[in-house]
Design a protein around this ligand. Sequence first.
Ligand SMILES: Nc1ncnc2c1ncn2[C@@H]1O[C@H](COP(=O)(O)OP(=O)(O)OP(=O)(O)O)[C@@H](O)[C@H]1O
Ligand SMILES: O=C([O-])CC(=O)C(=O)O
Ligand SMILES: [Ca+2]
Ligand SMILES: [Mn+2]
Length: 653
Amino acid sequence: MTEKGTGGVSTPRTPLKSILTAKVKGIPHDVDGTVKAQTLEELHSLQRKRSAPNTPLQGTPTAFVNLSEDERQRLQLQSISASLASGTRGTGPKVVRGDPGGCKSRAVTHVAHHHIEAPIISVSDSALKFTHVLYNLSPGELYEQALKYEKGSFLTSSGAVATLSGAKTGRSPRDKRVVIDDITQDELWWGKGSPNIEMDEHTFMVNRERAVDYLNSLEKVFVNDQFLNWDPKNRIKVRIVSCRAYHSLFMHNMCIRPTIEELENFGTPDFTIYNAGQFPCNRYTHYMTSSTSIDINLTRKEMVILGTQYAGEMKKGLFSLMHYLMPKRQILSLHSGCNMGKDGDVALFFGLSGTGKTTLSTDHNRFLIGDDEHCWSDDGVSNIEGGCYAKCIDLSKEKEPDIWNAIKFGTVLENVVFDEHTREVDYTDKSVTENTRAAYPIEFIPNAKIPCVGPHPKNVILLACDAFGVLPPVSKLSLAQTMYHFISGYTALVAGTVDDIKEPTATFSSCFGAAFLMLHPTKYAAMLAEKMQKHGATGWLVNTGWCGGSYGTGNRIKLSYTRKIIDSIHSGNLSNATYEKTKVFGLEIPSEIEGVPAEILRPENAWADKEAYKNTLLKLAGLFKNNFETFMEYKIGEGNKLTEEIRAAGPIF
Ligand SMILES: Nc1ncnc2c1ncn2[C@@H]1O[C@H](COP(=O)(O)OP(=O)(O)OP(=O)(O)O)[C@@H](O)[C@H]1O
Ligand SMILES: O=C([O-])CC(=O)C(=O)O
Ligand SMILES: [Ca+2]
Ligand SMILES: [Mn+2]
């Protein structure tokens, strides 16, 4: 490998010249002997340049410039200790910055909890120890932590870190609890169909204490201080306390990363997550029906995670928070992807898990605003997140090149299988789960639109992965139809994301994300109708699922065809096509689209067995109708006018 004559060293750092100019005759010396260290330890410390301080402050951020670096760090640790304070002992833990192995400078001893008035002398073993805080570490630092300390974390050939999320490889919606109190009782959506299963304040505190005690019992915890929402007027500050480098890196990628200056001005977080997912909840606790509990307390502005390490819980917990906070400000929060063309035309992609939001919003010819969670305000759209969370089952470089290329150093790969030796990931392997995922910062997509904001949407694309194979690959919707399908939120849930579901089955989930809604679906639907009308957006229904037969008989529509369909929506060509109305669903379907076989555009033509088609169509229509019953008692729009119109836009048979 090395050329002869260079001394057999592959990269000769010392030029030959230095040997010739050696000072002492006979003995070859290094270049003038200027190693600036006396010991190996010193030498190693030279390798690492000190980075600028990144210390948030508690309270008003005005005076930070006058603070010394020491004082800043002390205040930061104080803020973290306060976050981790026990509810019963009234004190925060002793915290110290850095790895347990490292130096123990700048410790903060227990901070008294401000909620408790009388000072309580807390004498417990946990009060005697220090908790090390790894604060807003960089991907490099988090990689080292993961690879060194977390079983199941490995470096893969593309540079991404692969890890396991443990026993849970998807969300656990049945274990979600929301605190019911004087405020939330009237504000939130409770009862039948609601994802918000109630819990009282006391039980929340029991779980919170369990999580905090667990976190404080550890040698070290990770703390991320980050933002949600690219709209600067409506930015939310979040703190995530977790016990795994994987979780810290996941959130680093998924939330908006503050600059050093923004971090110095961070102050008190608006919301805090205590992720003690490695530790179970106590089943003897009231309301607990399993060892997993994901608890949201909007009044305390806190969330507790016990008994699941699936990182998507944090992401979607924060999304639920936004579904509460944003509508209060007349801003619509959306479970949608979003991208923008060169001319500034914005499209939203709604759809349940696995229907194609990430895949179709990541489009090489358009700017990516975001893949999963957005806000629509009077100023336009903004992404809530700072990263993407792509499904990677059967991922291929040819079909999804931008996602493929984003899986590099810094990216977290969850639950994928790889070759032990070459570390090449096998994306077809479902041994761990079907819900394999990649989490990467949005700037890993080359045409990401940074900052992730855009003007008002022109097209609103509703994605459904129809396992029955009877919905047309694309249809143009009236506003009432858009509302009907938005409220219905139909798809055939594809295996994986939600625990336990292995086969596709028809699912209805309002607003294409009922699991994350905080208010009644009609509140969001009414806002969407108003915004679409005001800004003249067109609705489309795109079936990214089966054609030519149901799941088992037909095939999933080729991604390349779906892309052509989406292209024709963006370009405006599809708006000018000739349409035909389908029976039962009354959907307007185009007669042709460039690059898409005409026979698949009409499902009836694509099915060999026409009788089976008809029966399946009626079966699905029946499911839609049954599902919609529950919404009929709600009023949408002024004088309930919209409700009638929307109902009439559903299937008629
Ligand atoms: N015709 C098609 N259109 C869209 N996606 C398809 C199609 N055929 C297959 N797929 C696959 O379906 C999956 C769509 O998943 P995607 O990550 O886009 O879901 P998502 O809507 O973003 O879900 P989540 O909210 O869970 O992130 C991808 O794995 C994609 O490769
Ligand atoms: O939450 C998850 O795990 C993945 C996701 O985006 C969804 O389900 O919509
Ligand atoms: Ca997605
Ligand atoms: Mn999602």
